[in-house]
Ligand binder design. Structure first.
Ligand SMILES: C[S@@+](CC[C@H](N)C(=O)[O-])C[C@H]1O[C@@H](n2cnc3c(N)ncnc32)[C@H](O)[C@@H]1O
Length: 294
């Protein structure tokens, strides 16, 4: 049960060498975790019946543990919904000419900027994610007006929304996770693109792509994981029309060389690479030459 307030106990550590022992002592008293701020160690407890007695007993316990006199203080702190506080702290983020914003912020877009409203829920895909920002940068380079787009693992729907806002043709956004689908549906509606983006709850595999027919798309977006993307590369090649483009992301920098090799073997040419922190992504173009059979 979450209390409406927490009993917060802090102890000043007389020496850095004693920090671990004191932290373990705070946990042993029932604290969930310990915050360290320089020499001050703090833990949160369910409200004790007698706070002053609890603090005295805690002090004696900690002093016995490190065999020193200690300074211990306590206070009450009202319970905060940290998840809600984090949500409220989100700010609009600029990625190229796209401004990604939660619905409660009011960004002031420049004349050439597009605002996309994405409220973070359970689904992955906000302006806070490096892989999403990378995919958004590559998408802006890749997209041509009227493109038929397939967004695999749409999460919050962010890439599908961006594609539609940038002037694509029809977009099919597919997501395997049922909770994420609901978040994506809300976000499509928020951005007024729910008639241009079709949302499908499905797991994308080779058969899924084959059912769409050869050359069904001009642009495929997949910000997933290399383990999901790599085996699908030949099927992406077949699902793309001549000159079609593929944006991949969610790949660790150390996996990039393997991914490039696999994409080239599947009949793609590397056009642009994107790196933010350790996350790598790429824009690849389907080459005219037929891929070697997989
Ligand atoms: C890293 S998130 C990307 C979300 C969003 N597209 C973005 O760029 O921020 C990957 C999403 O792909 C979904 N996913 C993973 N494998 C999938 C598959 N084979 N078919 C459909 N969705 C998949 C996950 O559930 C997750 O929501």
């Amino acid at each position: 049960m979450i209390p409406d307030r927490w009993f917060v106990l802090s102890v000043r550590s007389p020496s850095e060498q004693l920090n671990n022992e004191l932290a373990e002592g705070l946990i042993a008293l029932g604290g969930a975790s310990v915050e360290e701020d320089l020499d001050l160690l703090t833990s949160y407890y369910l409200p004790p019946d007698d706070p002053a007695a609890f603090a005295r007993a805690a002090q004696e316990h900690l002093e016995r543990l490190v065999d020193r006199r200690l300074e211990v203080v306590w206070r009450w702190e009202a319970h905060t919904d940290w998840a809600e506080a984090w949500r409220r702290g989100l700010k609009p983020r600029r990625v190229g000419r796209i401004v990604v914003t939660p619905s409660w912020a009011e960004p002031e877009p420049g004349p050439d900027e597009l605002v996309i409203v994405v409220d973070p829920e359970m689904a992955f895909g906000t302006g806070e994610h490096a892989t999403t920002r990378g995919a958004l940068r590559l998408l802006q380079e890749a997209l041509r007006p009227g493109d038929r787009v397939l967004d695999i693992g749409t999460g919050s729907g962010i890439l599908a929304i961006a594609a539609a806002e940038l002037g694509s043709g029809p977009v099919l956004a597919v997501e395997a996770d049922g909770d994420a689908i609901e978040n994506a549906r809300d976000n499509l509606r928020r951005n007024g693109v729910d008639t241009r983006v079709t949302l499908e709850h499905a797991f994308v595999d080779r058969e899924f792509l084959e059912r769409r027919g050869p050359g069904a798309y001009d642009l495929i977006l997949g910000n997933i994981l290399s383990g999901v993307l790599r085996p699908l590369l030949p099927a992406f090649h077949d699902a793309l029309a001549a000159g079609g483009r593929l944006v991949i992301g969610g790949i660790l920098e150390e996996e990039a060389d393997d991914m490039i090799e696999a994409a080239e073997a599947a009949g793609f040419e590397l056009r642009t690479e994107d790196l933010e922190d350790e996350w790598w992504g790429a824009l690849c173009v389907r080459t005219a030459t037929a891929r070697p059979s997989a």
